[in-house]
Design a protein around this ligand. Structure first.
Ligand code: ZN
Length: 136
């Protein structure tokens, strides 16, 4: 589902940056895979800044800046460049942002042609302090 390596998963695990489901998944793997345990021990002793912080920062940044509905429409239509598209994929599949997941499933239902109207609606919803995406 994602292209993260074990080192990056463990980095997120150590930072407690994963959702409970994935924390449990890592813990299960740690019980079953001695090699993964050794890697975890190594990361505990000497955290790898490139692996941990780039993903950790991306995670934090991802939480703060959700893509717009227009971007999601383009993502679904395959119109984004590779870099942005992989960021959106990361946001959706690794972070599993509930707001964006609701947005995307809604867009998939409607089709992408109403993207501009949706973007306006989205902005007013946010401005109004909308916090429960499933209510739409
Ligand atoms: Zn989001």
């Amino acid at each position: 589902m994602t292209e993260l390596g074990d080192e990056q998963w463990l980095g997120l695990y150590l930072e407690e940056a994963l959702d409970p489901q994935r924390m449990a998944w890592i813990e299960k793997r740690l019980r079953e895979e001695p090699a993964l345990n050794r890697l975890l021990e190594r990361l505990r002793r000497e955290p790898s800044p490139s692996a941990v912080h780039s993903i950790g920062m991306a995670w934090v940044a991802g939480r703060l800046t959700c893509p717009t509905r227009t971007q999601w429409s383009k993502y679904l239509a395959g119109l984004l460049d590779t870099e942005l598209s992989s960021y959106l994929k990361f946001h959706l599949e690794l972070i599993e942002c509930p707001f964006c997941r609701a947005n995307v499933s809604d867009l998939q239902k409607r089709g992408a042609s109403t993207a501009d109207a949706a973007e306006l609606a989205d902005r007013s919803a946010r401005a109004a302090g909308w916090s429960r995406p499933n209510e739409r």
